[in-house]
Design a protein. Structure first.
Length: 298
């Protein structure tokens, strides 16, 4: 007994005629009759009898037909699901992202993707870089900032994505804001600093820059999240460090201070693809938006 034999029998039982079933299944009548013969031999009982120009099921045939019909329904549902995935009429996309890409880049890509594929469910998980890397096994794609952590599994693909620059920020009436050409790290180090939490990509980059310059950072406050840093700076608690992207739409209460020289306070945003060799169709399409072909790039 094979699934094909049961599917054929379901159609024959429904139509009550072998010739008609052969036409519907796009098979020859001998092929359909051959499948029915093998199915009957498998059960060791007749499943139908000739009745005029059609067939009539035996009691055993009626029971087998019930099983065959359920199999056909499941098969049709699987086919429908397959076709919907091919057209991206349904599906799920699980994205992880550290703070900068989650807040200032991905919303635009997600909005574009949702407009094209509105029935795909999108789940965005955000956190600092360490938290996102720890959840890679639950994600279709992740976007992180700074250095790619060592020890990633071999099957995780790493794709460079965007460049980013870390800047200092202060209140608009701060002494540093009155120097439009920027400020040195040595000058910034004289002021109380507001730092991101350990595990943050920005924190790691800034701490490394201070260490390389032989400077001690006077950390007045540690906070999680870019907006928390901004609020503390607005409150006059010190100088903070954020991605330049996060200042694109900022109000006049905050000033951006470019660090001169930059002391390596530039970084790469990367995409981590945990299942690169077996991408789901939603993940494939979303990555195509984030990494457009050269001839389609803006």
């Amino acid at each position: 007994m094979t699934p094909d034999q049961l599917l054929t029998f379901a159609t024959v039982a429904e139509l009550g005629n072998i010739s008609h079933a052969a036409e519907v299944l796009h098979l020859s009548q001998p092929a359909v009759s051959g499948q029915l013969r093998l199915l009957q031999e498998s059960f060791g009982e007749p499943l139908y009898r000739r009745d005029g120009r059609g067939i009539r099921l035996t009691p055993v045939g009626e029971q087998v037909a019930a099983y065959a019909n359920r199999l056909r329904q499941d098969y049709r549902q699987a086919m429908t699901f397959r076709d919907s995935l091919r057209g991206l009429e349904t599906g799920t996309l699980r994205i992880g992202a550290s703070t900068t890409p989650a807040s200032y880049l991905l919303p635009y890509f997600i909005a574009d993707f949702h407009q094209q594929y509105p029935a795909v469910a999108i789940h965005l998980i955000d956190g600092n870089t360490s938290e996102i890397v720890a959840q890679l096994d639950r994600l279709d794609v992740a976007f992180i900032e700074g250095a790619v952590p060592p020890g990633l599994a071999a099957e995780i693909a790493v794709r460079p994505w965007r460049d980013d620059e870390i800047v200092a920020i202060s209140r608009a009436d701060h002494a540093l804001a009155l120097t439009p050409q920027g400020a040195s790290l040595q000058t910034i180090a004289k002021y109380p600093l507001i730092m991101r939490e350990p595990g943050s990509g920005v924190r790691q980059l800034v701490s490394r820059a201070f260490a390389v310059a032989g400077l001690e950072a006077r950390v007045a406050l540690e906070l999680a999240g870019v907006e928390s840093i901004k609020e503390a700076v607005r409150a006059g608690m010190g100088v903070g460090f954020v991605s330049a992207m996060s200042m694109r739409h900022e109000d006049e209460l905050l000033a951006t201070i470019r660090i001169d020289p930059p002391h390596g306070l530039k970084r790469l945003l990367s995409a981590l693809v945990p299942h690169a060799d077996a991408l789901s169709r939603p993940a494939e399409r979303f990555l195509a938006l984030c990494f457009p072909a050269p001839d389609t790039a803006a």
